[in-house]
Design a protein around this ligand. Structure first.
Ligand code: FE2
Length: 175
Protein backbone atom coordinates (compact mmCIF):
# COMPACT_ATOMS: atom_id res chain seq x y z
CA UNK A 1 0.00 0.00 0.00
CA UNK A 2 1.40 3.43 -0.92
CA UNK A 3 1.99 6.08 1.73
CA UNK A 4 -1.00 7.95 0.32
CA UNK A 5 -3.24 4.90 0.64
CA UNK A 6 -1.97 4.15 4.14
CA UNK A 7 -2.71 7.72 5.24
CA UNK A 8 -6.22 7.71 3.74
CA UNK A 9 -6.98 4.30 5.27
CA UNK A 10 -5.78 5.48 8.67
CA UNK A 11 -7.82 8.69 8.52
CA UNK A 12 -10.96 6.90 7.35
CA UNK A 13 -10.60 4.43 10.23
CA UNK A 14 -11.17 7.40 12.59
CA UNK A 15 -14.71 8.02 11.33
CA UNK A 16 -17.15 7.12 14.10
CA UNK A 17 -14.44 6.82 16.76
CA UNK A 18 -15.57 9.03 19.65
CA UNK A 19 -12.87 10.01 22.14
CA UNK A 20 -14.42 13.47 22.55
CA UNK A 21 -18.12 14.31 22.85
CA UNK A 22 -18.28 17.10 20.25
CA UNK A 23 -16.51 15.60 17.22
CA UNK A 24 -15.40 12.15 16.13
CA UNK A 25 -11.71 11.43 15.61
CA UNK A 26 -11.79 12.05 11.86
CA UNK A 27 -13.32 15.51 12.24
CA UNK A 28 -10.89 16.14 15.12
CA UNK A 29 -7.95 15.17 12.88
CA UNK A 30 -9.11 17.34 9.96
CA UNK A 31 -9.81 20.32 12.24
CA UNK A 32 -6.39 19.93 13.87
CA UNK A 33 -4.77 20.06 10.42
CA UNK A 34 -6.87 23.09 9.46
CA UNK A 35 -5.87 24.99 12.59
CA UNK A 36 -2.21 24.17 11.86
CA UNK A 37 -2.57 25.41 8.27
CA UNK A 38 -4.28 28.59 9.53
CA UNK A 39 -1.24 29.18 11.74
CA UNK A 40 1.24 28.78 8.89
CA UNK A 41 2.71 25.54 10.23
CA UNK A 42 5.21 23.64 8.09
CA UNK A 43 4.23 20.39 6.35
CA UNK A 44 5.59 18.11 9.09
CA UNK A 45 3.77 19.98 11.84
CA UNK A 46 0.49 19.97 9.88
CA UNK A 47 0.85 16.24 9.24
CA UNK A 48 1.65 15.51 12.89
CA UNK A 49 -1.37 17.59 13.89
CA UNK A 50 -3.64 15.62 11.56
CA UNK A 51 -2.39 12.24 12.75
CA UNK A 52 -1.63 12.81 16.45
CA UNK A 53 -4.59 10.74 17.68
CA UNK A 54 -4.31 7.72 15.37
CA UNK A 55 -3.56 5.69 18.49
CA UNK A 56 -7.35 5.65 18.92
CA UNK A 57 -7.81 3.85 15.56
CA UNK A 58 -9.04 0.28 15.69
CA UNK A 59 -6.31 -0.47 13.11
CA UNK A 60 -3.69 0.18 15.77
CA UNK A 61 -5.18 -1.67 18.72
CA UNK A 62 -2.59 -1.14 21.39
CA UNK A 63 -3.78 -2.83 24.58
CA UNK A 64 -2.13 -0.98 27.42
CA UNK A 65 0.27 1.06 25.27
CA UNK A 66 -0.57 4.81 25.60
CA UNK A 67 -2.14 6.28 22.45
CA UNK A 68 0.55 8.96 22.10
CA UNK A 69 3.26 6.29 21.90
CA UNK A 70 1.23 4.26 19.41
CA UNK A 71 1.05 7.30 17.15
CA UNK A 72 4.77 7.99 17.41
CA UNK A 73 5.67 4.39 16.61
CA UNK A 74 3.46 4.29 13.50
CA UNK A 75 4.48 7.71 12.19
CA UNK A 76 8.26 7.70 12.73
CA UNK A 77 9.24 5.01 10.19
CA UNK A 78 6.90 6.52 7.58
CA UNK A 79 7.46 10.27 8.02
CA UNK A 80 10.60 10.67 10.09
CA UNK A 81 11.57 11.41 13.67
CA UNK A 82 10.09 14.93 13.86
CA UNK A 83 6.56 14.00 12.78
CA UNK A 84 6.62 11.01 15.12
CA UNK A 85 7.99 12.95 18.06
CA UNK A 86 5.59 15.88 17.66
CA UNK A 87 2.54 13.62 17.55
CA UNK A 88 3.90 11.53 20.39
CA UNK A 89 4.44 14.60 22.57
CA UNK A 90 0.83 15.87 22.59
CA UNK A 91 0.14 14.44 26.06
CA UNK A 92 3.42 15.80 27.49
CA UNK A 93 2.51 19.19 26.00
CA UNK A 94 -0.90 19.15 27.70
CA UNK A 95 0.70 18.26 31.03
CA UNK A 96 3.23 21.08 30.59
CA UNK A 97 0.61 23.71 29.73
CA UNK A 98 -1.62 22.60 32.61
CA UNK A 99 1.34 23.01 34.97
CA UNK A 100 2.58 26.37 33.71
CA UNK A 101 -0.50 28.32 32.51
CA UNK A 102 -3.12 28.83 35.22
CA UNK A 103 -5.86 29.52 32.67
CA UNK A 104 -5.04 26.57 30.42
CA UNK A 105 -6.82 23.85 32.36
CA UNK A 106 -10.04 25.84 32.16
CA UNK A 107 -9.88 25.70 28.36
CA UNK A 108 -9.70 21.91 28.21
CA UNK A 109 -12.69 19.79 27.31
CA UNK A 110 -14.22 17.68 30.07
CA UNK A 111 -12.82 14.55 28.44
CA UNK A 112 -9.35 16.06 28.31
CA UNK A 113 -9.48 17.07 31.96
CA UNK A 114 -10.45 13.54 32.92
CA UNK A 115 -7.69 11.98 30.82
CA UNK A 116 -5.13 14.41 32.26
CA UNK A 117 -5.50 12.68 35.62
CA UNK A 118 -4.96 9.27 34.05
CA UNK A 119 -1.91 10.63 32.20
CA UNK A 120 -0.19 11.68 35.42
CA UNK A 121 -1.62 15.16 35.91
CA UNK A 122 -0.09 18.59 35.36
CA UNK A 123 3.70 18.36 35.27
CA UNK A 124 6.80 19.65 33.52
CA UNK A 125 8.69 16.67 32.11
CA UNK A 126 12.40 17.67 32.03
CA UNK A 127 12.97 15.50 28.95
CA UNK A 128 10.13 17.28 27.15
CA UNK A 129 11.40 20.83 27.73
CA UNK A 130 14.96 19.80 26.92
CA UNK A 131 13.90 18.59 23.48
CA UNK A 132 14.68 20.90 20.54
CA UNK A 133 11.20 20.47 19.03
CA UNK A 134 9.16 21.16 22.15
CA UNK A 135 7.91 24.65 21.11
CA UNK A 136 6.27 23.05 18.06
CA UNK A 137 4.71 20.41 20.33
CA UNK A 138 3.02 23.25 22.23
CA UNK A 139 1.72 24.64 18.93
CA UNK A 140 0.35 21.21 18.01
CA UNK A 141 -1.34 20.98 21.41
CA UNK A 142 -3.15 24.27 20.85
CA UNK A 143 -4.33 23.11 17.41
CA UNK A 144 -5.51 19.89 19.09
CA UNK A 145 -7.44 21.75 21.79
CA UNK A 146 -9.06 24.05 19.19
CA UNK A 147 -10.20 21.08 17.07
CA UNK A 148 -13.20 19.96 19.09
CA UNK A 149 -15.82 22.28 17.62
CA UNK A 150 -18.82 20.59 15.97
CA UNK A 151 -19.41 23.61 13.72
CA UNK A 152 -15.79 24.34 12.73
CA UNK A 153 -14.36 23.76 9.29
CA UNK A 154 -11.71 21.11 8.86
CA UNK A 155 -9.40 20.43 5.97
CA UNK A 156 -10.06 17.37 3.79
CA UNK A 157 -8.56 13.90 3.60
CA UNK A 158 -7.04 14.56 0.20
CA UNK A 159 -5.07 17.54 1.50
CA UNK A 160 -3.62 15.47 4.35
CA UNK A 161 -2.79 12.62 1.95
CA UNK A 162 -0.94 15.09 -0.28
CA UNK A 163 1.02 16.36 2.70
CA UNK A 164 1.89 12.79 3.65
CA UNK A 165 3.25 12.14 0.17
CA UNK A 166 5.33 15.33 0.23
CA UNK A 167 6.82 14.66 3.67
CA UNK A 168 7.65 11.05 2.85
CA UNK A 169 9.13 12.03 -0.54
CA UNK A 170 11.28 14.70 1.12
CA UNK A 171 13.22 11.86 2.62
CA UNK A 172 12.18 12.14 6.24
CA UNK A 173 11.04 8.56 6.13
CA UNK A 174 10.78 5.63 3.70
CA UNK A 175 8.11 6.04 1.02
FE1 FE2 B 1 -6.35 15.23 20.06
Amino acid sequence: MSIREQTITMLESLRGVWDELAVDELDHALQSAARALDDGADDELVLASALHDIGHSSLLACGSVPHDRVARDWLTPRFGARVGWLAGAHVAAKRYLAATEPAYARTLSDVSVASLHAQGGAAVDPAFVAHPWWPDALRLRRFDDAAKNPTARGTDIDTVAGLAERVAAAGAGPA
